[in-house]
Design a protein around this ligand. Structure first.
Ligand code: CAA
Length: 253
């Protein structure tokens, strides 16, 4: 691991090697953060590509394997990062999965698997970073929700419930940490050009794109830009908000 200047903020991005996560890592690294992409062990393969892309910022994006649905693993990985780097300043919870199916067909497994990653994962990570952030008097937490947590989506009772829950969590934690220099916000992406959206049937996807006023899917960079805005050092008066980045999708309703 390279030596990191003391003043450099440490950012952890869960789902850091995923569709949105890579762009978020890139955004934060470009803003001078030392970024640690936290993702499932198998995804480390993607790290070399990202580091190559950011060659002029070599050493700024690292990787830690962990499953966010596992409370103990989160505790251990956060302790390891804090020990190595002296504290986590920015946490972006971007790890997420889908288990799309109509409710009448949804199994308890499809419900619980999704909740464990998309909602428990946010608790598991925040639970272990918030004390350190509070005691140091600075923290930026950005939780990635979804337009479908705000509007609901056919075939996504599990996902929509978890994503709506994410913002409830953000608001409650924002109140608990507001006096300690720690902000907690939500970014709610619309439909973006990621593998998650590519998995939706072509027919459904075409209909969704037709309903987006700007006429295209979002890019991961569109979302990362919003995350970077909320994670900035001078964003201390923005807390408990839900920033929708969806190409005007709400205006269709
Ligand atoms: N709207 C209205 N009716 C629909 C429908 C829809 N979107 N999808 C299916 N139906 C209809 C079916 O045609 C079927 O009708 P009949 O009974 O008359 O044949 C009925 O509803 C029931 O459908 P099924 O029980 O067969 O549904 P299913 O369990 O097979 O699941 C689905 C359907 C594949 C989940 C489909 O609804 C779908 O693709 N929904 C969209 C899912 C989606 O948008 N996912 C987003 C993933 S990306 C993401 O989540 C990122 C983000 O944050 C934005």
């Amino acid at each position: 691991m390279n030596q990191i200047p003391k003043a450099r903020r440490i950012a952890v991005v869960t789902g850091g090697m995923g569709g949105l996560g890579v762009a978020i890592c890139r955004q934060l690294a470009n803003a001078g953060r030392h970024v640690i992409a936290l993702d499932l062990a198998a995804r480390v393969e993607r790290l070399a590509g990202l580091q190559h892309e950011l060659a002029d910022l070599e050493g700024i994006v690292g990787f830690e394997p962990a499953d966010v649905s596992d409370f103990e693993q989160c505790q251990q990985v956060i302790a390891r990062i804090e020990q190595q780097h002296g504290g986590i300043d920015v946490l972006v919870n971007a790890a997420g999965i889908t288990r799309d199916t109509s409710l009448r067909k949804m199994s308890p497994q499809q419900w619980h698997e999704l909740m464990r990653v998309n909602l428990d994962g946010v608790f598991n990570m925040c639970r272990h970073v918030v004390d350190g952030m509070s005691s140091r008097g600075f923290g930026r937490i950005v939780n990635i929700s979804s337009v479908n947590g705000q509007t609901g989506q056919f075939g996504q009772t599990n996902y929509s419930a978890a994503k709506a829950g994410v913002h409830g969590f953000s608001m409650a934690l924002a109140r608990e940490t507001a006096r300690r220099g720690v902000t907690v916000n939500t970014v709610s992406p619309g439909y973006c050009d990621t593998p998650m959206v590519a998995a939706v049937s072509a027919e459904v996807r075409e209909q969704i794109i037709a309903d987006i006023p700007v006429g295209r899917l979002g890019t991961p960079g569109d979302i990362a830009r919003a995350v970077g805005f909320l994670a900035a050092d001078d964003a201390g008066y923005l807390t408990g908000i839900n920033l929708p980045v969806n190409g005007g999708y709400f205006m269709s309703f």
